[in-house]
Design a protein around this ligand. Structure first.
Ligand code: PLP
Length: 389
């Protein structure tokens, strides 16, 4: 049997997720996991109760493929309240299995082989395989440390007649950058000039600090029909394992996205969609508390990492800290992170996994702080060994 024959050329082009690999390495090593972005504290009690009640009430069969109506209505209402966006829940919302599915379903629905898609580097690692799976040609725009800003001329040059879409993740993983309205307006103008879509991953919309403001590109004049919002319950409601997300797009785009979604997954878990209605109906104070909850953890981890000798880039949003590790004298980020996991007892993500190769990111490591204070303190305590060694 020729095993190679059974590996499609699509899958041969990418490796397993480095972030999820770090989680697997952390478990047998007993390392504190500051790699993968999931909370180690409980989800909100009333949300868990709503899920239990939905199962007891026998909401246990296939949902309507694009999402139960009460959830689509609650999503539309939330965008009206928060951003003044009027969304038609019947024709413009697709409930999906997390942003992960939302992004890949959107790209499969809109991008053809050879179309160009612009995105930023460093990037959330899923975008690379997503683009390979739909045959897109990726064009990368650099986000420059320490503020992770981009060069407008470079962005303008990246656009061409072949540009199908731009992917923007704001607030940004891994850099913590919150894109300014001016930057988004600049990109939006190019999307209009070149007739391109703007797909925005807004999963950290409520996790913002120091007065930063999240602007959905869809609210920018001229972008209502051209922007696609990808989002989920994972981060705002601390339920990354529930796998409930949504895509908001103009009706013609939604038609295609729903087709892909239907045949990929049929639907997100029905009882968890019912609980999602309660999540969408949370008052503003819920999101204020969420941001406060995380700003304290951000400052805590910034202090612990600095004390352990890391040079930190302070994030304005999301729940990750990028660090420069050059002062530790390791040849590369992967060697450093393996040392961290096995000898120090803390897992993090090698920076190179957010870059396209050529040694980029090889002196960068990302830590997440969506953890209990005692977990962060335990990690901080262990990290002190780095300078003592
Ligand atoms: C930028 C970004 N998008 C998408 C995801 C995945 O989200 P979901 O759990 O909704 O699939 C993550 C998870 O870390 C993320 O950081």
């Amino acid at each position: 049997m020729q095993r190679e024959k059974f590996r499609s050329s699509r899958t041969a082009q990418f490796t397993e997720s480095v972030i999820r690999e770090m989680t697997r390495l952390a478990i047998p090593a007993g390392a504190v996991n500051l790699a993968q972005g999931f909370p180690d504290f409980p989800a909100p009690a009333q949300l868990k109760q709503a899920a239990i009640e939905a199962i007891t009430a026998d909401h246990n069969q296939y949902p309507i493929t694009w999402g139960i109506k009460p959830l689509r209505q609650a999503i539309a209402q939330k965008y009206q309240q928060h951003y003044g966006l009027t969304i038609d829940p019947e024709r413009e919302v697709t409930v999906v299995c997390g942003s992960t599915e939302g992004m890949v379903a959107t790209l499969l629905a809109t991008v053809n082989d050879g179309d160009e898609v612009i995105t930023f580097e460093p990037y959330y690692e899923n975008y690379h395989p997503d683009l390979l799976l739909c045959g897109a040609t990726r064009k990368l725009i650099t986000l420059h440390a320490p503020d992770w800003t981009f060069d407008r001329e470079e962005m303008r040059r990246a656009f061409s007649k072949k540009t199908k879409a731009v992917i923007i993740n704001t607030p940004n993983n891994p850099t913590g950058r919150v894109f300014s309205r001016e930057d988004l307006e600049f990109i939006a103008a190019l999307c209009q000039e070149y007739d391109a879509l703007c797909i925005t991953d807004e999963i950290y919309e409520h996790i913002i600090y120091d007065g930063a403001v999240h602007v959905p590109v869809m609210t920018i004049p001229g972008m209502r029909e051209r922007a696609v919002i990808v989002n989920s319950m994972s981060k705002s409601y601390s339920v990354t394992g529930w796998r409930v997300g949504w895509v908001i797009a103009a009706p013609d785009l939604t038609d295609s996205i729903r087709k892909v979604h239907d045949f990929l997954t049929v639907g997100a878990a029905t009882p968890l969609q019912h609980a999602g209605v309660l999540a969408m109906n949370q008052p503003d104070t819920f999101y204020k508390d969420l941001a406060e909850h995380y700003v304290g953890r951000r400052d805590k981890l910034l202090g612990l990492l600095s004390a352990a000798g890391f040079q930190c880039f302070k994030p304005a949003g999301a729940y990750y800290i990028m660090t420069d590790i050059s002062q530790f004298g390791f040849p590369d980020d992967t060697t450093f992170v393996k040392h961290l996991i096995n000898e120090i007892g803390v897992a993090a993500v090698p920076g190179s996994s957010f870059f396209s190769g050529n040694g980029k990111g090889s002196q960068i490591v990302r830590f997440c702080f969506c953890k209990k204070y005692e977990t962060l303190e335990d990690a901080g305590h262990r990290l002190r060994k780095l300078t003592q060694a």
